[in-house]
Design a binder for this molecule. Structure first.
Ligand code: HEC
Ligand code: HEC
Length: 220
């Protein structure tokens, strides 16, 4: 969103530079740089790739009908782009997604992030076990004092909406996926200093409880 005005101005400068004929020759160096795509252009490009490739597993609206594939709707654009880059470079390991990301350019990744962030739909995940979810809620809101686990809410937000460009959305995620990722952080298989420390300090059953609670959270 923030880049929109800049993108527009850059596009105008470029357009003037190109259409200016003789003037273009001594146009400032700026005009030669490729203009940053506008928000609308990214939405369009993101939708194209999503409907050709990602749709099968994440849905066109970013909500997956099955728990094996995470919901990605409403995830911060930078977060989505970063994860795609991590898959592409093999730093985040998953055979399916490494294949999917292999041919995406950095600009494709930004476009996909922009597109999926803007999707509004409904998660089909639910919390089934009330007792587990209650324990999970406590951890989510308060953390675990004895082992110095901070409240998840302090970074991922009280409603689990996340904070764009910093913290991913968690609300309504499939519990199987959340648990899988928390275990991957705990073992170090998925590398991220903050989340590695946090997950390592949690008992196996607390990872299950917090995943259950997150499944039932809704942001809108
Ligand atoms: C064949 C199914 C499949 C297809 C097609 C697919 N994905 Fe995925 N995606 C997955 C699975 C499974 C995971 C979980 C991988 C893991 O545990 O790291 C995932 C994870 C992700 C994540 C990380 C989510 C998070 O919360 O960290 C992003 C982002 C993502 N996919 C985006 C995409 C995009 C964009 C496309 C299209 C270019 C795509 N995926 C195509 C199955 C798929
Ligand atoms: C200090 C800030 C912070 C706190 C506190 C925090 N997280 Fe995170 N969390 C992050 C960041 C940053 C990421 C993105 C890491 C990455 O890129 O792999 C993340 C990622 C995650 C993911 C992966 C999301 C996905 O879509 O793949 C899960 C699940 C998660 N956190 C759960 C939790 C839980 C549960 C708690 C509380 C026990 C918690 N986090 C506390 C910062 C935090």
């Amino acid at each position: 969103m923030k880049q929109k005005p800049f993108g527009l101005i850059a596009a105008i400068i470029l357009a003037v530079g190109v259409s200016g004929g003789a003037f273009a020759a001594d146009a400032p160096a700026k005009a030669e740089k490729k203009a940053e795509p506008t928000h609308a252009e990214r939405m369009e490009r993101g939708k194209q790739i999503a409907s050709a490739v990602c749709l099968a597993c994440h849905g066109l609206d970013g909500y997956s009908p099955i728990s094996a594939n995470p919901n990605i709707a409403g995830m911060p654009p930078d977060y989505i782009a970063k994860q795609l880059e991590l898959y592409k470079t093999g730093k985040r390991v998953n055979p399916i997604m490494q294949g999917m990301a292999a041919n995406l350019s950095p600009e494709d990744m930004k476009a996909l992030g922009t597109y999926y962030f803007a999707q509004r739909g409904k998660s089909q995940a639910v919390a089934r076990d009330k007792k587990l979810a209650e324990r999970g809620q406590l951890i989510y809101r308060m953390g675990i004092a004895e082992t110095k686990v901070p409240a998840c809410a302090s970074c991922h937000g009280a409603t689990g909406a996340g904070i764009p460009s910093q913290y991913p959305k968690l609300a309504g995620q499939w519990p199987e996926y959340t648990l899988h990722e928390l275990r991957a952080y705990a073992s170090g298989e998925r590398a991220h200093p903050m989340m590695n420390t946090i997950a390592k300090r949690m008992k196996a059953e607390d990872l299950v409880a917090v995943s259950e609670y997150i499944a039932g959270m809704r942001t809108r």
